[in-house]
Design a protein around this ligand. Structure first.
Ligand code: BG6
Length: 478
């Protein structure tokens, strides 16, 4: 269904995110027919560029990052016609009048702040001053939303001076991933799982977001951030919320976000012994972390594993193990819900120990798998084995249906539709920082250095110990 006509301004319109994600996502929605002709897409940035230059830049970016659709030259040319460009100084006066002149009355207006957070306040203020911040306007902001609770609060306060909460779209691109949204469908669309979804039946839950790539060219940003701020405070936290939250009464923005917030607020502080940090080593062909970021003394972590507890009626006693890192064995993100043993085995000790595990594969090879215990075929005694009921979405739905849109496609369209369900509310972000801050503060106080781990491994051995100690083990990253 096509969205209503809109004007979208991308501040930082020539930057990395615009080139890799925002412009290609808009283009694909255009090809899909969701964006029609009556739309203006305006790049705004410093530097000398004109409309044609911007279109040429966008053409190159979409050709590189736009996927198969970008081969459709006619579509690409029609899409580029929607693009305009304004040279603009976020902290000065240049460009603001021309930008305001491009905005059309009676259109939805969206302003994408794809710039450093230090500029958010300047942009908000000038949008207001130049009459572009009315009730049809909305702003989109990217992570990192602050680097701790204080800075996140400041940002929230600054934005709130000019925009209401209902106009602020804080992006966590994990929420735009098809399989992440599917977590809610699986939980709340089926009667099968929910009755078992609690500490009475669930032994523990593992959430893994493993990447095989290193920090690449983002060393400057990453070294000041680390895995805790880059992944745990936001993406991992969102996954945890969706897995652990109570059923919202409706699939509506505040109903969903209220429930997520309750989960974050119910998280216990994490004891030092329940957190492991790591930093990857080089492997002869690829540089180690410190070399790569050009900081020989860096103590920034590229890996975190931790054990979390949610102190509420549903989850008291069921640990949540989280792990994420770069340069691990493979790119594999999944959530595994490991159920408890059957209360009594009628087959005796020889049958061994068996448990059901529900695995939700987020990426790649998206799908769900349920480990079921059956009889080992053969004339022998009653021997049990575990086999997977395995559903790969690409097989179940057909490759075309399972050709999931990029997270940004969904999220940008939601901004235009005015649907905040998949965006983080200010209080949610603050609560997430309130939980991660003490963990980071503890590292800083301790002056701890992260443990080395080999490129291509599954992280430091201590991360394995975190589970072994509890008589459990991580699922393999494969
Ligand atoms: C980003 C992080 O938010 O998410 C990156 O800054 C990380 O460090 C990326 O690589 C992972 O996203 P995806 O979609 O590739 O799983």
């Amino acid at each position: 269904i096509p969205v209503d006509p809109f004007d979208l301004v991308i501040f930082g319109g020539t930057g990395d995110l615009a080139r890799r994600k925002i412009l290609p996502a808009l283009f694909r929605r255009f090809v899909a027919g969701q964006i029609e002709g009556d739309v203006r897409l305006i790049g705004a940035a410093r530097g000398d560029m004109d409309r044609d230059g911007y279109r040429a830049m966008a053409r190159a970016a979409i050709t590189e990052f736009g996927g198969e659709e970008s081969a459709r030259k006619k579509d690409l040319t029609a899409f580029l016609d929607l693009l305009d460009f304004v040279t603009l100084d976020a902290r000065g006066t240049e460009g603001w009048e021309p930008l305001a002149a491009l905005m059309r009355p009676d259109r939805i207006r969206a302003f994408y702040f794809s710039v450093a957070p230090a500029l958010f306040g300047d942009l908000a203020k000038r949008l207001h001053k130049h009459g572009m911040a009315d009730e049809r306007s909305r702003i989109v902001v990217e992570k990192p939303f602050g680097r701790d609770l204080d800075t996140a609060r400041d940002l929230n306060r600054t934005l709130a001076r000019h925009f209401s909460e209902g106009q602020i779209y804080r992006i966590d691109h994990y929420l735009g991933k098809e399989t992440v949204q599917n977590l809610m469908a699986i939980r709340f669309g089926n009667v099968l799982f929910e009755p078992l979804w609690n500490s009475q039946y669930v032994d523990h839950i593992q959430i893994t977001v493993a990447e095989s790539v290193g920090v690449g060219g983002r060393g400057d940003y990453y070294d000041k951030s680390g895995a805790m701020r880059d992944m745990v405070q936001n993406h991992m936290m969102q996954l945890l919320c969706l897995i652990a939250m109570e059923p919202p009464a409706k699939f509506e923005p505040d109903a969903v976000r209220d429930e997520k917030l309750k989960v974050i607020r119910a998280l216990d502080p994490v004891a030092r012994r329940n957190v492991v940090r790591g930093q990857y080593e080089g492997d002869g062909t690829q540089p180690g972390y410190r070399n790569q970021v050009g900081n020989r003394d860096s103590t920034t972590e590229s890996f975190v594993a931790l054990k979390a507890h949610i102190s509420n009626w549903r989850w008291a006693g069921t640990p949540f193990y989280l792990r994420t890192g770069k340069r691990l064995r493979d790119r594999a993100s999944e959530i595994a819900v490991v159920f408890k043993d059957a209360p009594h085995s009628i087959f005796g000790a020889d049958a061994g120990r068996h448990r059901n595990i529900l695995t939700i594969r987020l990426q790649p090879n998206e799908g769900i798998e349920l480990g079921v215990t059956i009889k080992e075929p053969g004339p022998g005694g009653m021997r049990l084995i575990d086999v997977p009921l395995d559903m790969t979405f690409a097989e179940a739905l057909g490759p075309e249906e399972a050709d999931f849109p990029d997270a940004y496609e969904r999220l940008i369209m939601d901004v235009i539709r005015g649907n905040q369900t998949l965006f983080m509310r200010g209080d949610e972000v603050e609560a997430a920082w309130a939980w991660t801050d003490p963990i980071i503060a503890d590292w800083e106080e301790e002056g701890a250095t992260p443990l080395d781990y080999a490129t291509g491994s599954s992280g430091p051995d201590d991360a394995l110990m975190l589970m072994h100690r509890d008589g459990r083990r991580w699922r393999e990253i494969r």
